[in-house]
Write a protein that binds this ligand. Structure first.
Ligand code: FMN
Length: 165
């Protein structure tokens, strides 16, 4: 199975999870970057985008000639919604005939800011229904438990796409 893990990460949590998923799936790894957020005014722009839902300019380096069976796309939850660069990627990247799966990383402890809302918005940002979704929480990322969680999610994806499924 030819797979791609595509991610946006601002502080490194999603990058760790994406790397672990790519290893488990034997997948290519590609990063969505957002240069506009890297400068000092960029931090203000980032905060503004969270609430106005403006989509920032992003860069995505995906191998042009690659045809994937599966694309797994993930990023952080900001204010109970997917980070704007992640929405920009979902809306602008063409996934060809690949099946799609979503994941988010989050703090996940405040009932006021639930990651489930972000997962639901990711689904509505693309015309493709994901075959599976997963929420990774900071506690598991900090403790290292995310590696086993990533292995479980990868196995779920492989089973969903196996011929017998
Ligand atoms: C601006 C901002 C808003 C956030 N909002 C939420 C939230 O609503 N719910 C939540 O569970 N975590 C929230 N978090 C925590 C991040 O989702 C979490 O730390 C995530 O793993 C960061 O991913 P990254 O390191 O790949 O950027 C927020 C973090 C930031 C910086």
């Amino acid at each position: 199975m030819n797979s791609l893990v595509l991610y946006y990460s601002n502080t490194g949590n999603t990058q760790k999870v994406a790397q672990a998923l790519a290893v488990e799936l034997g997948a290519d790894l590609a990063e969505v970057t957002c240069d506009q957020y890297l400068s000092m005014p960029g931090r203000l722009l980032m905060a503004l985008d969270v609430f106005t839902r403006r989509k920032p300019r992003i860069n995505v380096l995906v191998p042009h000639d690659a045809e994937y069976d599966l694309v797994v796309i993930g990023g952080p939850v900001w204010a109970a919604r997917p980070a704007p660069p992640l929405v920009a990627a979902l809306e602008s990247v063409s996934f060809g005939r690949a099946a799609l799966a979503h994941f988010v990383t989050c703090n996940g402890t405040s009932p006021k800011w639930p990651p489930e809302r972000a997962i639901a918005e990711m689904e509505s940002s693309s015309d493709m229904v994901p075959i599976a979704t997963h929420i990774f929480r900071e506690a598991g990322i900090g403790s290292g438990a995310y590696r086993a969680e990533a292995a479980g999610f990868a196995a779920e994806l492989q089973a969903a796409l196996s011929p017998a499924a």
